[in-house]
Design a protein. Structure first.
Lengths: 412, 412
DNA sequence: TGACTTCATCCATCAATTGGATTTAGCTGA
DNA sequence: TCAGCTAAATCCAATTGATGGATGAAGTCA
């Protein structure tokens, strides 16, 4: 059931609205804020004073006069708040410290030699995060919390991941609680694609306002959905699962038994296998693939490198996968009616042009796209660390993003 | 940019929250409302008084005492407000008058002998709607407006439909404005599937609270998306387009050039054609299909009737289509992470069991569905007139549904 | 009949926005 | 150079809406 609201929440909401407007525009005056938010000048003045007192924004200059008193420009104070972000991946954990402006003020990569034991992983990551915070010299009282981006399904209600792919031996692991205990910080948990989408929304300014579909290419493929500046979590916290979108069936079988799920056709092992089957050993040798089961990570990198340099066999394999992703993206974009698709993830390296081309062609084919509004396909404004930065943004977003949530449920 | 809010809107919002709670529960006391909405008893008391004064709710009995004073039960006053709903279809327009409780207090069906001229259609429908309102004896001062459910793409910003399918000669028709002028009422316009979903949300009570995906089977196939009690409109007002979801490709070509769009594989003409191709003339004769291009409506009815009586050829054709719809639904449900799928639309008659079976199997196959939460597949609680009732609900929803919209943008 | 419960409301208070008046600061032209 | 103008930002009183505690209303139970 929907909750009612009260005045303190309204105040918090309007503060968040103003903060959001300052963030997305970069620099604005109070009058402009009033126009943007629909609030009166007086209210904006009050709200801004609170934000100044809280150290979240600063007066950062003056605009040239337009006939009267010059406007004093306001901008985000980068050191107003910080958050730690952790992107957990089977191969390594990427840890970042991000300031309110979205800039990374500290980062490190922690190789997970033995990812089989959740307790050990949490312990090591938590300690590394603590050291990173110290080293970055951030004011601990301004550290809002820690965000985690984890692959695969999670149980949103309890803050647990459930059998994440490529984490052998991990069953149901209450990651959020474990990190909260290990660090003493408030913790937010989301899947990597959703976290990346929030990061994009948080950092991307006006270019990422409104609604978009984020397609995340990492260990697997996933999507993050932002609608009307609000992220979609879904009933169980698993919104954006992209791997079960239907595509042209082939001979790859999903865990779920279907032969038409997107996931199995664009996983790294599948693409390496494709290359061997379609283009033979010679092409694989030329590219530098071993084809051994334990060198998937290496081979996947080599395949992408070869794609970047234009190797025809590599490009062919990537393009086949990109086409299937395009089919899925077409369905998703037309279902959600978004006019923007954003691509990101660390595994996008080398394959962006082909991905972008195929997805662009697919999503712009529908009648709505052609007659009512086109769909733009862009790359992440954050880049490689979008997972970790997104994880940190979970915390910032949770604290300062205006939304429904602020009005109805403070706990969320 | 997001708008701020102010106190009157907060008041309206809390009123809507309380009204929504009364509506979804059917009958509740003030204390229960306080618990449900998180508001204080005092506030609920105040809000309820306003709703009583406005004639939107009524005291409708008393609950047995639980040790103290008996609670006075509140329920929606059905005659508190009314809305007209029009479902525009190439074959006929269905017009209904709906009260605040969602009951149909008047309805009629208007055959569109010559749907080629938008002006004529609007004129005839508007006059018929006026007569229906008079005949239903509703207090005109309590008539909130007129909702239109139209097929196909629309331009949400201007309230126009754009080349709706099967309306020959209709280009870009500003339906909303035309109906507003013809009736003098506030007008809401949405596509049929979205309208049906809102109707379901409005009328379905607790069973349709939260989030769900509505699959609408009418002239074409479409979806309506309700997330956190709020309908998704999308950037251009076309959210829920289901016809371009990717499915197993065959030899049917979509307008967009693809052979893997769902739409062409489950349109009535395609299914009739399927039956002829796969099961031959004999089966068609048995079922009563003519196969002539101008008797699609008749043939489609016959095919569904035959399916209901268990004709194997008919069932086979329907099942093939249902499987493809299931593929698309699986992707949509896992992308949105909804735990409920609702089926409706006037063309569902006769084919519900097969549709439900196939869709249920498909959406419950994914890992999230199996390990975290199952997906229930249900039929519309409204039934055949879900399009028209949904159209009327657009108006009721727009006036009384609590949401984001009430807090940020009064115009929307 | 009296003690206890629960429902519902009254009253003073608090928090937040609003509208109008006022102050601050810069521009412009005689 | 100074008065007149314009625009930005703030001050102040009023209004609206939720809150917490106290009070009244209606029933139950021993």
């Amino acid at each position: 059931m929907l909750s009612g609201t009260n005045l303190p929440r309204v105040g918090g909401y309007n503060q968040a609205v103003v903060l959001d407007a300052i963030r997305t525009t970069g620099q604005v005056s109070r009058v402009e804020l009033a126009a943007l938010t629909g609030l009166t000048n007086q209210t904006v003045s009050n709200v801004v004073r609170k934000l100044l007192d809280a150290g979240l924004v600063a007066e950062s200059g003056q605009a040239p006069s337009s006939g009267g008193k010059r406007r004093t420009l306001l901008s985000m104070r980068a050191d107003g708040a910080f958050a730690v972000g952790v992107h957990l991946d089977p191969e390594a954990a990427v840890i970042v410290v991000v300031d309110l402006a979205g800039d990374v003020v500290g980062s490190r990569r922690l190789r997970l030699t033995d990812p089989g034991d959740p307790d050990d992983v949490v312990d090591r990551v938590a300690r590394a995060a603590g050291r990173l915070v110290d080293r970055s010299g951030v004011d601990r009282s301004r550290l809002l919390g820690l965000g985690i981006a984890a692959p695969g399904p999670l149980d949103g209600t309890s803050g647990a991941v459930v059998s994440p792919p490529n984490f052998p031996g991990w069953g149901r692991v209450p990651l959020a609680g474990m990190f909260a205990e290990a660090t003493g910080l408030p913790v937010a948990l989301d899947n990597d694609a959703t976290a990346a989408a929030i990061g994009e929304r948080w950092i991307g300014g006006a270019d990422r306002a409104g609604s978009f579909l984020f397609i995340y290419v990492g260990t697997g493929i996933g999507a993050g959905i932002v609608l009307n500046n609000t992220v979609l979590h879904g009933d169980s916290g698993n919104a954006g699962e992209f791997g079960h979108m239907a595509v042209e069936p082939g001979d790859r079988v999903c865990h779920c038994g279907a032969t038409d799920c997107l996931g199995p056709y664009c996983s790294p092992p599948a693409l390496i296998d494709d290359l061997l089957r379609l283009h033979g050993r010679a092409a694989a040798d030329r590219i530098g693939l071993t084809g051994a089961p334990d060198s998937v990570h290496h081979d996947w990198k080599a395949l992408r490198r070869a794609t970047r340099t234009g190797d025809p066999a590599a490009c062919d394999v990537i393009r086949r996968a990109a086409r299937r992703i395009g089919e899925a993206a077409r369905g998703a974009a037309s279902l959600l009616d978004v006019s923007r698709v954003v691509l990101g993830g660390e595994a996008l390296h080398g394959i962006e042009p082909i991905m972008r081309e195929e997805i662009d062609a697919a999503v712009n084919r529908t009648s709505v796209a052609r007659t009512i509004r086109a769909v733009t396909v862009e790359q992440s404004v954050i880049g490689d660390t979008v997972g970790a930065v997104g994880a940190a943004s979970l915390v910032l977003h949770g604290n300062y993003a205006p939304g429904w949530r602020m009005l109805t449920d403070v706990s969320g």
